[in-house]
Ligand binder design. Structure first.
Ligand SMILES: NC(=O)c1ccc[n+]([C@@H]2O[C@H](COP(=O)([O-])OP(=O)(O)OC[C@H]3O[C@@H](n4cnc5c(N)ncnc54)[C@H](OP(=O)(O)O)[C@@H]3O)[C@@H](O)[C@H]2O)c1
Length: 226
């Protein structure tokens, strides 16, 4: 794996003009690029690098990619995000920018400081009280390679019984979270569309945003779902 500290020097050495950055390098790249634009400034992580006039610009397309992937979910006014890592940061700010009241629930307290300072309602498992949210979003890696839930199953089931939608950022896997959502008759999605959309938005940045996103996505889908 590439050493995070070498992300930018590697980018320069191999003369790239655009690149996607993935876990665990997004925060490092944020600190090392020449300029950070858009919502990435709030998130503190970039997943896209583009060279413009000799400067390396950092952007975050996870946020807009996520939002584009929930466009079919109508009338969302409140959201509960499970987890408080980099993906939770991206999703929380884009929801907030779209006037969706967003609450963060994390297993432990440490990572909640960031959200507290940013003004988000936040809880750890210790002090959370169940209430109604329109959408529940799993940003933890629970269920990625195992059969675990991101939250106590009974608490999650209770939350889902009051909710309309569920979204798991994990893709290509019917996670325990998604299975429980279906049992509770929620409309649900895994992270495949988010992956596709963040990539198509990044691709458009590489080429000066001259293309129609729908057209990029039609081409990408053909290789993505092979
Ligand atoms: N679909 C897409 O396009 C897309 C885009 C970006 C990321 N992702 C996926 O998003 C996931 C998270 O990435 P990230 O960078 O945000 O991770 P991260 O920064 O490592 O954050 C992980 C968070 O999940 C919590 N967590 C981990 N395991 C847990 C468990 N078993 N039960 C409950 N909570 C748990 C952690 O809680 P503690 O603080 O208590 O440790 C932490 O808040 C990854 O699976 C990644 O592949 C998907």
């Amino acid at each position: 794996m590439v050493d995070s500290k070498k992300i930018i020097s590697t980018y320069k050495n191999i003369k790239l003009s655009g690149a996607n950055v993935t876990v665990p390098h997004k925060e490092y790249a944020f600190n090392l690029c020449d300029e950070v634009q858009g919502i990435a400034q709030k998130i503190g992580a970039v997943n896209t690098l583009v060279t413009k006039k000799g400067k390396i610009i950092g952007l975050n397309t996870d946020a807009s990619g996520f939002y584009r992937s929930i466009e079919s979910f109508k009338d969302i006014k409140s959201a509960l995000i499970l987890g408080a890592g980099g993906t939770a940061k991206a999703i929380s700010f884009i929801l907030n920018e779209n006037s969706i009241r967003t609450t963060i629930l994390n297993r432990s307290k440490d990572r909640l400081d960031f959200f507290e300072k940013a003004g988000f309602e936040n809880f750890s498992w210790d002090n959370f009280e169940i209430k109604k949210f329109d959408i529940i979003i799993n940003t933890t890696s629970a269920g990625l390679k195992d059969e675990t839930f991101p939250l106590d199953k009974a608490v999650l089931s209770n939350l889902m019984s009051k909710s309309k939608y569920a979204f798991d950022v994990v893709y290509g896997r019917n996670t325990p979270f998604l299975k429980l959502a279906k049992q509770n008759s929620l409309l649900s999605k895994d992270g495949s569309d988010m992956l596709l959309h963040q990539a198509s938005i990044a691709f458009n940045h590489f080429f000066g945003n001259i293309y129609d996103l729908d057209i990029i996505e039609n081409y990408m889908k053909k290789s993505f779902f092979l």
